[in-house]
Design a protein around this ligand. Structure first.
Ligand SMILES: Cc1cc2nc3c(=O)[nH]c(=O)nc-3n(C[C@H](O)[C@H](O)[C@H](O)COP(=O)(O)OP(=O)(O)OC[C@H]3O[C@@H](n4cnc5c(N)ncnc54)[C@H](O)[C@@H]3O)c2cc1C
Length: 513
């Protein structure tokens, strides 16, 4: 159905059991908003989006550190159905992405569906009414016939448990919780971690701080970043001939996608690793520094990064790269294993996010009191990153093994949203109350995921990455091409799910769509 369908002026709970919404969505990042748009396009307006913050945007609202930008080009890192002809740069910066998201919320009139400052603190499936009882801010219950979780794969900052950290008297913060009130000018600053965020903010703060020590555990593979302004001529062309923009987008997609061949067969990444080594050699003439910055693992094992200003920042006289492990933090210093004390005023953590353990503390209870931690006692897994056996009508977006290290996550989000919509449509068509993935289907799928991961670069590449859980099992990365993912999610196989009718049809809140 066309998205022009008028939306109701106010959102009212459906007349179902306990005043349940048809769908409760969590999160206003690309996932949650993508789901909301898809529902509206399908003519379903009885949904609510719960957002813990006071603004939309997800990743691009939270991460405001200096230099924050996307590693995927703007023409690709955007919804396929919402091309933006006037991107200012090849690689969008945080502010522009946030503006894009806000514009979409306006265009699709989503604001009236969103409840801000509404943190989901628990969700329990109520077998008696076949609804999800979603707890908001610990004290309010919102019911939904279906629950779509778009809480973000990279949302909970991970801070290492360094001995003595609590005794540090200076300022500490994580890159995703940047303290803009703290003036770094002239300060002695330590940055812990050299991942995707750190290599973006280090060049920005290096110019301002008095002294910067970057503590590196593992050097990332870094390719040059071909960023530039998108010219007025290009923008006019995109506006007047949308096919040109689609062509750019498809071209970028194919280049990104070519990396996946190398993830299974690292020899194919030789050209890319040679380019990265050339980039390093060209930007870092100092042999000793170059040695420290040369990765000792296969490219792709961790997310491959792009930057043209990180290495030059490390060459600055006020910047030092320390490859010694941190032994302890004292009141005013960081002491490394070699016994050296680095005096610092502030510590900034560029240490990424909880990923495979993000649900450890979550209160999500499925059928017959099944806790998500019990369902996942051997590791987190879902069918296509979306459905978990024992948790009817629950749909994860960017759930286990649907993350990418080489392409736009929005591609996966769109595929999953389409898949969820099909699940809801199938539930309606069957007049059912519950739709659940069959345990055998989930098992078969995850055996395939692990077979595909064997020998692949994430597992066998010689590094420790956020794709792996504490047992070294790949729980985060999609182990094949995005085309493969698209094909698997394009058409729902009805045999993969079981539908149950447990309450009489006329007692339910009507159709899910
Ligand atoms: C710094 C950074 C750079 C990145 N760069 C890239 C890139 O270059 N390319 C790429 O493809 N991907 C990148 N990503 C991944 C990025 O997270 C995804 O591309 C995408 O934005 C995820 O969207 P999402 O909606 O699933 O999650 P998010 O954008 O994280 O949104 C989740 C939302 O859910 C809300 N929420 C969470 N928990 C609750 C709760 N309990 N109750 C209520 N609301 C809740 C959050 O407040 C947030 O608004 C990057 C991530 C980070 C952190």
């Amino acid at each position: 159905m066309a998205d022009a369908r008028p939306a109701p002026a106010v959102v009212t709970p459906a007349a179902g059991p306990g005043g349940a919404y048809k769908v409760v969505i969590v999160g206003t990042g690309f996932s949650g908003l993508g789901m909301a748009i898809a529902l509206k396009k399908a003519g379903a307006h009885d949904f609510v989006v719960l957002e813990k913050a006071d603004e939309v945007g997800g990743t691009w609202r939270e991460n405001t550190y200096p230099g924050c930008a996307c590693d995927i080009m703007s023409l690709l890192y955007s919804y396929s159905f919402e091309p933006k002809a006037d991107w200012s740069r090849m690689f969008p910066r945080q502010e522009e992405l946030l503006r894009y998201i806000k514009d979409i919320v306006g265009k699709y009139e989503l604001a009236q569906h969103i409840r801000f400052n509404a943190e989901v603190t628990g969700a329990e499936y109520d077998d008696a009414t076949d609804t999800w009882r979603v707890t908001v801010n610990d004290d309010e219950a919102v019911r939904g016939r279906a629950l779509v979780a778009g809480m973000g794969p990279l949302h909970h900052p991970s801070i290492p448990d360094l001995p003595g950290l609590s005794s540090f008297a200076g300022r500490t913060f994580h890159s995703a919780e940047w303290d803009h009130s703290y003036d770094l000018t002239g300060k002695r600053v330590a940055v812990i971690g050299t991942g995707a965020s750190a290599i973006q903010f280090v060049p920005q703060i290096a110019k301002r701080v008095g002294h910067l020590t970057v503590f590196q555990r593992t050097p990332p593979w870094i390719l040059p970043k071909p960023d530039r302004r998108i010219t007025g001529v290009e923008r006019t062309l995109f506006r007047r001939v949308p096919a040109v923009q689609r062509g750019y987008r498809n071209g970028i997609y194919l280049v990104q996608e070519s990396f996946v061949l190398g993830f299974k067969n690292p020899r194919l990444l030789k050209a890319a690793s040679s380019l990265a080594k050339w980039h390093l050699a060209r930007q870092v003439p100092d042999r000793d520094l170059r040695r420290k910055l040369t990765p000792g693992y296969t490219m792709g094992c961790k997310r491959t990064l792009v930057s043209s200003d990180y290495y030059p920042a490390l060459m600055r006289p006020n910047v030092e790269l320390s490859t010694e492990a941190v032994a302890e933090v004292r009141e005013r210093s960081i002491v490394t294993r070699d016994g050296r004390a680095h005096d610092v005023d502030a510590i900034i953590f560029g240490t990424g996010f909880h990923v495979t353990d993000a649900f450890d503390g979550a209160h999500i209870v499925g059928r017959n009191g099944l806790k998500i931690q019990d369902a996942w006692k051997d590791g987190i897994e879902a069918h296509l990153g979306v459905a978990v056996a024992g948790f009817p009508n629950l749909f994860l977006l960017l759930g286990p093994n649907s993350g990418l290290g080489h392409n736009s996550m929005i591609f996966i989000i769109e595929a999953q949203v389409r898949y969820v919509l099909q699940c809801l449509a199938m539930l309606d068509a069957a007049g059912g109350a519950r739709i659940s993935v069959k345990p055998s289907v989930q098992d078969r799928f995850n055996q395939w995921v692990q077979r595909k991961s064997e020998g692949a670069v994430w597992v066998a590449g010689g590094c420790d990455s956020w794709y792996l859980d504490r047992n070294g099992v790949n729980r985060a990365a999609w182990p094949a091409s995005t085309l493969n993912f698209w094909l698997r999610t394009r058409r729902l196989d009805p045999g993969d799910f079981q539908i149950e009718r447990t309450v009489p049809r006329d007692e339910t809140a009507g159709s899910a769509l």
